[in-house]
Design a protein around this ligand. Sequence first.
Ligand SMILES: NC(=O)c1ccc[n+]([C@@H]2O[C@H](COP(=O)([O-])OP(=O)(O)OC[C@H]3O[C@@H](n4cnc5c(N)ncnc54)[C@H](OP(=O)(O)O)[C@@H]3O)[C@@H](O)[C@H]2O)c1
Length: 339
Amino acid sequence: MRDSNRTVRWGILGTARIAEKISVAIHQAENAELTCVASRNPVKAADWAKKHRVKRSVGSYEALLHDPEIDAVYIPLPPSLHGEWTVRAAKAGKHVLCEKPLALNVNQAREMRRVCLENQVQLMDGVMWYHHPRAKQILDLIRSDTLGEHRRLTSAFTFCWETIPENDLRLQRNLGGGSLGDLGWYCIGASLWAFNELPQKVFGTARPYHDVDFNFSGIMWFSKDRIASFDCGFDVSMRKWFELAGTKGSLVCDDFARPWENRKPQFHVTDSYGNSTKYETENPLQETCMINHFCKIIRSGHLEQQWPDLGINTQRVLNALDYSARTETVVSLADFFPA
Ligand SMILES: NC(=O)c1ccc[n+]([C@@H]2O[C@H](COP(=O)([O-])OP(=O)(O)OC[C@H]3O[C@@H](n4cnc5c(N)ncnc54)[C@H](OP(=O)(O)O)[C@@H]3O)[C@@H](O)[C@H]2O)c1
């Protein structure tokens, strides 16, 4: 598909809660159409289609993949199903926007990338904030000399369950649950995105709950004396910030994963003397930014490999951290899933 105005026709696999936000984004996006939703249950699919203004619905994921009028699929299934359905969708010639964590392990994620490339379809994970205009502004500043030499990136992504929802996929190990994949994915991704390379070694520690990590703290050592650390979990109030500190100053974004709703997206840079500059950006819905970006790639006919690459690198660090926490050892990335 190489046509700068052509409508991208979307299908969604599964009536997930997060798909509600993405349906709004597809309706808002330029030249995009929400064509079909699939559920394992046809009645659920039909009800969801009516509620979210989807043209049609089907009672199986496979049926959606056989629909010739679908260009791209959004996969918000439990993480244990991401690999299988991404591969099936790519083989059916559909571009794939797959939720995070991309896969259960690096080999699976690499296979997803390989099959997508072989079938010339885009693969991208569902991290939205990379596509918000604020991310570009932060990255420009990080790449400038404003902060001096980078030393530490610290981040957190947490929320607190009042009552623990035992059936939630986040607490099921067989579905790929755990706070590291659910929330730590963003903190690891932010570190790789800012430092633009993989760490050399990592260490993690977790509080287990029903064989998933309920919370997780990680340290990642990078070249040139840079360290990133983070915590994530389901047991403290909503936090979604990062700080990047360098020899001349530090940058703080206190809502990087999703802008707070009651104000304009912003971040602050503070120098060694306490002089602080506030940067504010425009405020489009970040899910719409992601969908617009994805559609633009499809229309251009040029796949962007940096997205599956970033996803696979995030997966690699995530699995190394998980292994570190389970074995209580520092893990070297070169030894763990070599490139
Ligand atoms: N990017 C973001 O900001 C963001 C935010 C939230 C969640 N997520 C990610 O999105 C994915 C879905 O999360 P969610 O909380 O929205 O999930 P959810 O509401 O529990 O929905 C998951 C859907 O998967 C389908 N499914 C198929 N097999 C299933 C099984 N064995 N057990 C449960 N569901 C099954 C179901 O659809 P049918 O019954 O219709 O077939 C279900 O509605 C996860 O990977 C999560 O990490 C991303």
